[in-house]
Design a protein around this ligand. Sequence first.
Ligand SMILES: NC(=O)c1ccc[n+]([C@@H]2O[C@H](COP(=O)([O-])OP(=O)(O)OC[C@H]3O[C@@H](n4cnc5c(N)ncnc54)[C@H](OP(=O)(O)O)[C@@H]3O)[C@@H](O)[C@H]2O)c1
Length: 324
Amino acid sequence: MKALLCTEFAPYHQHKIVETDAPIIRKGHVRIAIKAAGVNFPDILMVQGQYQVKPPFPFIAGAECAGIITELGEGVSHLKTGQRIAALPGVGCFAEEAVVPAEICVPISDKMSFEEAAGFVMVYATSYHALKDRSDIKPCETMLVLGAAGGVGLTAVELGKLMGLNIIAAASTQEKLEVCKEYGADHGINYTSEDLKARVREITGKGADICYDPVGDKFTEPALRSLKWGGRHLVIGFAGGEIPKVAFNWMLLKELDVRGIHWGAWIPRNPKAHMENMMELMQMYEQGKIKPRVSGTHKLEDFADAMRALEERRVMGKVVLTMG
Ligand SMILES: NC(=O)c1ccc[n+]([C@@H]2O[C@H](COP(=O)([O-])OP(=O)(O)OC[C@H]3O[C@@H](n4cnc5c(N)ncnc54)[C@H](OP(=O)(O)O)[C@@H]3O)[C@@H](O)[C@H]2O)c1
């Protein structure tokens, strides 16, 4: 099969798609014929040796995918061959086949394309967990979303609106803010040309109740300072590069909460709640309440173009690779 096989860490564009052996089926696992794979920022970091997880060589890159089950390992009874599923094994998805634990397979709606499904699990489940399980949201509260047109950002806009929040989207271009409006944002702030804190105050009066922050870097400070008394700042990620360091007195002055979200580590501690969240998200999709945005598809061979688009902040929603 064809795969992005990493035998050493190197800049992503130096890696190659090669012919390699298909993985061997194992007890409790299923084989998937992969149809599409979502590309995420950690995929870029992982092949370059800059991610916290460093799999032993050789490994196949790619955290998440969607496809059809072609073989069941011993002991798997709740799935069947021919079934359409999405899965997020963390590695092994930039390939034509993968063998993944049966328990992480999420059956997908017949209405959902493989391209939509390939980029669905990580971004929707992260934002849903953040908003449902970690934010104590009340209807009509205001949430500021940074990097709002990015993978997780756009799902926070969409799900937040669905959960009754007023949404302020913050992004780097007008085009991105237009997409956020299509996904439910009530207001937009271009944080490369406008003063983030001043604009949030202008829109809300007293400040935002919640900030969803997947960007970090220089954006965290004005976002945190734009919160009102009792506000919650959700730490999602650091796509901007730097992990910000904040002064504790800001939390004291307005009784702010800073809440970390680590969806991947939450799942093994709460497998039942995670599956419930996935079922609820699939139901929302079935009912037409959420609409995954695929901003671009590339062939597996062109993985570097997809990674470059992410790196250059050109992706609005998800970028995916297609196989075969
Ligand atoms: N905590 C968790 O459980 C969890 C789960 C999933 C993902 N994450 C993390 O969340 C972060 C965002 O993931 P994502 O999938 O939304 O990524 P993404 O699709 O690349 O979006 C990130 C956004 O960050 C903004 N950005 C600002 N400076 C940037 C820079 N120098 N390079 C790239 N983007 C920059 C961009 O928006 P503008 O151009 O509008 O600024 C971009 O749209 C990542 O750090 C990821 O690891 C965390």
